[in-house]
Every structure is written in C-alpha cells, then in structure tokens.
Design a protein around this ligand. Structure first.
Ligand SMILES: *[C@@H]1O[C@H](CO)[C@@H](O)[C@H](O)[C@H]1NC(C)=O
Ligand SMILES: *[C@@H]1O[C@H](CO)[C@@H](O)[C@H](O)[C@H]1NC(C)=O
Ligand SMILES: *[C@@H]1O[C@H](CO)[C@@H](O)[C@H](O)[C@H]1NC(C)=O
Ligand SMILES: *[C@@H]1O[C@H](CO)[C@@H](O)[C@H](O)[C@H]1NC(C)=O
Ligand SMILES: *[C@@H]1O[C@H](CO)[C@@H](O)[C@H](O)[C@H]1NC(C)=O
Ligand SMILES: *[C@@H]1O[C@H](CO)[C@@H](O)[C@H](O)[C@H]1NC(C)=O
Ligand SMILES: *[C@@H]1O[C@H](CO)[C@@H](O)[C@H](O)[C@H]1NC(C)=O
Ligand SMILES: *[C@@H]1O[C@H](CO)[C@@H](O)[C@H](O)[C@H]1NC(C)=O
Ligand SMILES: *[C@@H]1O[C@H](CO)[C@@H](O)[C@H](O)[C@H]1NC(C)=O
Ligand SMILES: *[C@@H]1O[C@H](CO)[C@@H](O)[C@H](O)[C@H]1NC(C)=O
Ligand SMILES: *[C@@H]1O[C@H](CO)[C@@H](O)[C@H](O)[C@H]1NC(C)=O
Length: 404
C-alpha cells in the first residue's frame, strides 16, 4: 500500500510532462502562451502548426513577430501557413525538424533558426518577402526533400551544404542568382525551373555530384556538373541561356535532351558511351556543330535531332535501337549515317536524315521541301511510315515500340 501512495504522484508528474512535450494531435500555436509551453520542451514529439489568426502583439504596420526558444527537436512537422501578418519567425534553439513547411506568408522577411542542421522535408511556398535563410553554422546538411517555390530568396545559403538529397525542386524564385550544392548523389529527381524573373539567369553548380536519377534544368544561365558520372533516367536541358555545356566525366545516362537552348553553341560529353533511352537535340538555334560525343556507342532509344546544324559527328556509334531522325535547315552531310543505316546496320529503326530543309522537324515529321537543291539527303519517303506530329514523348515511345 505504501508503495502505491508513493508511486501515484510520480506517475502523475510524468504524464503531465508527457502531455506537454508529446502529442499525437498537432499542437497549434495561436498565442504567446502556447509558444512558451512549447519552449519548455527540449524535444517535442509530434507536430506543431502556426496558422493564421495569431494573437501576438502587432507593430504599427500590423506585423507580428514570433520567437520560440528552448525547443531543440520537433519530431513531426513544423507547419506555418497563411499567417499573413507574420514578419519574423525565430526558433532560437531548434536543431532538428521532421517536415518544415512554410506557405503563404506574404510579409515574412526574417526567418531565424541559427541552430538548425537537420530537416527531413523542407517545403517553402509563396514567401515573396523572404530574401535569405538563417540556419545554423554551415546550414542544413541532411534533408530528404527540398521544395522552394515562389520565394524572394536571392541565394540558397543555408541549404547549399547538403550532402545528400532525394528530391530537389526549386522553381519560380525570381531573385535567385545562384544554386551551388555540395551533394554527391541525388537519388530522386532534381528540377530547376523559371528562376529568372528579375535576374538575367540562374547559375547552377554541383561540383561534387557523381550520380543522379533524373535531372531537369530550365531557364538557367549556366550548369556545371564536373563530376557527374552516371544518370539513371533523364538528363534534360530546356530553355537555358548557357553558351556551352560540358560533362567531362559522364559515362552513361538514360535519356539525354537539349531543347530550346537558344545560345548553346558547344556540347561536350567526351566520356559518354551509352544513352539508354532517347537522345533528343531540338531547336537550339545557335548549335551548328555537334561533335562533342566522340565515344558515344549505344543509343537504347531513338535519336531525334532537328535544328540548324551543319555538322554532326558520332564516330563511335555501334547501335541505335530506336528510330533515327536528323533534320536540319543547315547543309548537312548524311553519308556517314546512311552507311550506319545501310551497310553497317547500326541504325535499327526508321531512318531520316536531311539537310537544307525549310522546316526541319522532329521524329515523326516528314522532311520538308529543301530550301536549296544541294540537299544531301539519305531519306526516302518510304523510310518513315509513322503518322506525323503527336507530341514529342509519345512519338518517340511509339517509334521505339514500332521497331522493338
Ligand atoms: C508531416 O506532413 C506530411 C505531409 O503533409 C505527412 O505525410 C506526415 O504524416 C506529417 N507527419 C506528421 C508526424 O504529422
Ligand atoms: C512537401 O512537398 C512534397 C511535394 O509537393 C509533398 O509530397 C510533401 O508531402 C510535403 N511535405 C510537407 C511536410 O509538407
Ligand atoms: C554561388 O554560391 C556559392 C556558394 O554559396 C559560392 O561559393 C559562389 O561563389 C557563388 N557563385 C556566384 C557566381 O555568385
Ligand atoms: C573524373 O573521373 C576520373 C576518373 O574516374 C576521376 O579521377 C576524377 O577525379 C573525376 N573528376 C571529377 C571532377 O570528379
Ligand atoms: C558509372 O557507370 C559506370 C559504367 O556503368 C561504372 O563503371 C561506374 O562505376 C559508375 N560510376 C559511379 C560514380 O557510379
Ligand atoms: C542501361 O541499360 C542497361 C541494360 O538495359 C542497364 O544494365 C544499365 O544499368 C542502364 N544504365 C543506366 C544508366 O540506366
Ligand atoms: C524526369 O523529370 C521530368 C521533370 O520532372 C519528367 O517530365 C520526366 O518524365 C522524368 N523522366 C523520367 C524518365 O522519369
Ligand atoms: C524557360 O524555359 C522554357 C522551356 O522549358 C521556355 O519555353 C521559356 O521561354 C523559358 N523562359 C524564359 C523567360 O526564357
Ligand atoms: C567545346 O567545349 C569543350 C569543353 O569545354 C572544349 O574543349 C572545346 O574546345 C569547345 N569547342 C569549341 C569549338 O569551342
Ligand atoms: C521546335 O520548334 C518548332 C517550331 O517552333 C515546334 O513546332 C517544335 O515543337 C519544337 N520542338 C520541340 C522538341 O520543342
Ligand atoms: C541557320 O543558320 C544560318 C547561318 O549559319 C542562317 O543564315 C540561317 O538563317 C539559319 N536558319 C534558321 C532556320 O535558323
């Protein structure tokens, strides 16, 4: 009996602590008292939300500040959405969070988390006033996914020392000038797009990146991938303004795509031996000479080139499993590819190669009338039995199916 009377108060005390610092429901912070309750926990097991309608003091502009010191770990998500008057948010001691979501915070200009190094998922959406991040030391070193869209950020300082990331998507941040990450591998997808609203272009650099799954670069002014060795799915470049692209260590990739890169004059992939899926080069208006693929041997899908080029060298080609479409408005010597098609049997699928066209088209289009009579075409109308113009990917897939 005596033991029980001793134990009861102890249990009651423990459960009080538990109730404060652990909760299966999301803890909602709407007033300063909620914030100081959270601050008393070193580790908070659960999720925390700061929604709209925060009742903390406002300044003369109606702006609010919220500061939570003390809590070091939030095991669940920290979600701050639509608190439209929140101008400054600070978690002075926070080191680690599960998901970190900030969304629709129209006046948030200061985000201070000087101890933060670990976030599982970071989602920042619609933060137009936020120009910089203030995270701990060298910043966040571990994250599984990063999504940053529609922010005022001018740099990603604070997340640029990530070592590994699965998903990385940074789009529509009009002031962003530079993305430079120290990651060595990206196990999911990387998408960088439309970050060129106010700046002339976004420079991107991945000096240590060796392996990636699927990378898409749009609207960048430079892309640096000096260590990249293998990409398992697509490596795609669309609407970028860089003049040259080089991947000196790339040996294999899934698909390889260059579309609408209007300033591109030089592509150099000297170690690339195989492209497992489709290989597309289209509408790169300044690209005249394509000779940076000296070791390319195997193309597992279709080759689809169109543009205004005058020279294409693929001297090591041994196998193109899908269709072959090469159309240019420039004068083009197709004799090497004609040999690849006919005597060497390198090209297995439908074959089109034609220069001096008025309207060079993609795979599935018939070569247009020659702009001059000096065409060195190897194409015959019967080489191409597939109906024209459906939309790039499905045409490529269809062509590949047709020959396999
Ligand atoms: C955190 O948010 C994600 C996405 O909304 C959700 O799937 C996950 O269950 C949340 N985690 C917790 C602990 O609430
Ligand atoms: C972050 O965004 C991704 C992609 O939209 C989503 O799958 C994930 O659930 C989000 N996580 C959180 C914590 O909001
Ligand atoms: C881009 O950011 C990295 C890392 O912050 C920095 O080292 C580099 O100098 C920056 N480059 C430019 C052109 O601003
Ligand atoms: C390129 O690959 C070679 C051979 O694997 C390696 O020695 C070199 O360090 C790599 N270069 C870069 C920049 O990663
Ligand atoms: C890249 O792939 C090649 C050929 O499959 C392989 O030899 C090499 O080890 C791979 N490199 C990396 C960094 O995964
Ligand atoms: C390319 O395909 C081959 C055979 O299908 C496979 O062994 C290899 O891993 C693939 N490489 C890449 C980079 O996807
Ligand atoms: C690669 O990512 C892009 C953009 O997210 C997507 O459109 C494409 O289908 C992906 N490719 C593969 C092979 O998954
Ligand atoms: C961004 O790239 C896309 C192609 O993905 C292109 O259509 C668009 O015009 C580019 N935007 C600008 C501002 O260059
Ligand atoms: C193309 O780029 C490669 C690699 O940067 C370089 O070695 C080569 O000289 C360039 N070619 C031209 C014509 O500028
Ligand atoms: C290239 O430009 C032409 C004409 O603007 C367009 O019809 C075609 O779809 C473009 N090709 C690609 C792959 O975007
Ligand atoms: C192709 O490039 C030549 C110059 O090399 C230029 O005269 C011609 O107008 C270009 N044609 C097209 C369709 O861009």
């Amino acid at each position: 009996m005596a033991i029980i009377t001793y134990l009861l108060p102890a249990i009651a005390f423990a459960s009080t602590v538990l109730a404060q610092c652990s909760n299966s429901a999301t803890l909602t912070i709407t007033a300063s008292a909620d914030a100081s309750g959270l601050a008393s926990c070193t580790t908070y097991s659960g999720s925390v939300a700061i929604p709209t309608g925060l009742s903390v003091p406002t300044d003369q502009n109606g702006h609010q500040d919220l500061s939570v010191d003390g809590v070091q770990v939030i095991t669940g998500n920290l979600t701050v959405t639509n608190a439209i008057m929140l101008a400054s948010l600070s978690f002075g001691s926070l080191q680690s969070i599960g998901g970190f979501e900030l969304g629709g915070l129209t006046v948030l200009s200061e985000l201070s988390m000087p101890q933060l190094t670990k976030v599982d998922q970071l989602n920042f959406t619609a933060l137009p006033a936020l120009q910089q991040l203030s995270f701990g030391g060298t910043g966040i070193s571990k994250a599984s996914s990063i999504l940053i869209t529609n922010t005022g950020l001018s740099s990603l300082q604070g997340i640029n020392n990530l070592e590994k990331v699965n998903f990385f998507n940074v789009n529509n941040n009009p002031s962003l000038q530079n993305i430079s990450l120290q990651v060595t591998s990206i196990t999911g997808s990387l998408d960088i797009e439309a970050n060129d609203g106010y700046v002339t272009g976004l420079q991107t650099s991945f000096p240590l990146l060796e392996t990636a799954q699927n990378m898409t670069f749009r609207n960048c002014s430079s892309v640096s991938l000096p260590s990249l060795a293998n990409v398992t799915e697509d490596l795609g470049f669309y609407g970028n303004t860089m003049q040259s692209f080089a991947a000196p260590n790339l040996t294999t990739c899934g698909g390889l795509i260059f579309v609408d890169n209007t300033d591109l004059t030089n592509i150099s992939l000297p170690m690339l031996t195989s492209i497992n899926a489709s290989y597309q080069i289209a509408n790169n208006t300044q690209l005249k000479i394509i000779n940076g693929f000296q070791k390319l041997s195997i193309i597992g899908g279709a080759l689809d080139f169109n543009g205004n080029f005058t020279e294409v060298d693929l001297p090591a080609l041994t196998q193109v499993k899908g269709a072959f479409n090469m159309q240019s408005s420039g004068t083009l010597d197709c004799s090497a590819f004609q040999t690849d098609k006919s005597s060497k049997q390198v090209i297995k699928g439908n074959y089109v190669c034609q220069g001096s066209e008025s309207k060079p088209g993609g795979a599935g289009t018939k070569p247009s009338a020659s702009a001059s009579s000096t065409s060195k075409s190897g194409a015959r109308a019967t080489d191409f039995a597939v109906p024209a113009v459906m939309g790039g990917v499905s045409v490529m897939a269809g062509l590949l199916q047709a020959v396999l």
